[in-house]
Design a binder for this molecule. Structure first.
Ligand code: FE
Length: 296
């Protein structure tokens, strides 16, 4: 019996595309138009990722209503803005502005109430919100913020002409991201590649990984096939050790990966726990005012 030679490059097995997801138009908050990729009819979750939204509009009616006060418990929310400004305010007294190119990694943990409102009345608002699960042992941890201005996020320039903005994780070239100490050991990279070159990145084996195409089409060169992924689509990656990507012209995408927790998930709206009882408790605690209130 001969096995196919799976290791043909020094970097190991190239991940194939498992599924391309086009997203689902919906609205959330007080009426923000967005496209939902994870937590959608196409994909319930992708352990440890619970939700992925993209919002992009230059029509204020699509975003101005924002996300007025609402709670979270049991996971982390990651807001990354390509264009526009969002103001964040929470019940622990934390307040901040996420600017174009900036990121906020919020560990909601035991619970916060917060609002996320656009700080602009016109112009383009373009960004992403990703929900990352916490393992059972950390669901009730104290809330924590990691917030970075665009200029605080390391950018790696490579010989192949690519540029890698390292939000979280460590790249093959050894650049470590701004966000650290996250349970899912995530990689969160914003990658711009030159046309006519092949980009490689290592993804830890056994971690769930996907790309989101900001500017495509991109070609994902897996071990068994090449898959074309268009702009605004997300592609789930199969198992393997690395990603190989090319494009005809300048391309841009997010590469995100994380360690799956393989724990039971009970979720209801803004609460993500392990059991139904814990969800009930979250409602009880929130109604009793244990999450605190946003100061006006
Ligand atoms: Fe929120």
């Amino acid at each position: 019996m001969s096995q196919p030679n799976l290791v043909e490059s020094p970097f190991g097995i190239a991940r194939d595309v498992l599924k391309v997801i086009e997203g689902h138009e919906t609205s959330d908050g007080a009426g923000v138009s967005l496209t939902r990729y994870i937590a959608s009819p196409e994909l319930d979750m992708f352990d440890p990722f619970l939700l992925l939204d993209a919002f992009r509009s230059d029509d204020p009616d699509d975003y101005i209503a924002g996300f007025p006060p609402h709670p979270h418990r049991g996971f982390e929310t990651v807001t990354y803005l390509l264009e526009g400004n969002m103001r964040h305010k929470d019940s622990t007294g934390h307040e901040g502005l996420i600017r174009s190119g900036g990121v906020q990694w919020m560990t909601a943990g035991s619970g916060i109430e917060h609002s996320e409102m656009p700080e602009q009345e016109k112009g383009l608002l373009y960004g992403f919100q990703l929900w990352v699960n916490l393992p059972a042992a950390q669901k009730m941890t104290a809330p924590r913020y990691q917030e970075f201005e665009p200029e605080e996020i390391p950018v790696e320039k490579r010989a192949d002409g690519s540029e890698v903005k390292v939000i979280a994780g460590t790249t093959i070239a050894g650049t470590s991201g701004a966000v650290t100490d996250i349970a899912a050991a995530p990689l969160y990279l914003d990658i711009t590649i030159a046309g006519d070159s092949h980009f490689h990145e290592v993804i830890p084996q056994g971690h769930s990984a996907f790309i989101y195409v900001i500017k495509g089409p991109l070609y994902i060169h897996g071990e068994h096939k090449t898959t074309v992924v268009p702009t605004d689509a997300m592609a789930l990656l199969d198992s393997g050790e690395r990603l190989e990507v090319s494009s005809d012209e300048i391309g841009r995408f997010l590469l995100i990966s994380g360690r799956p927790f393989n724990e039971p998930v009970a979720r209801y709206g803004p609460f993500v726990m392990n059991t139904e009882e814990e969800i009930q408790q979250a409602f009880i605690d929130y109604r009793a005012g244990h999450f605190g209130q946003i100061a006006e």
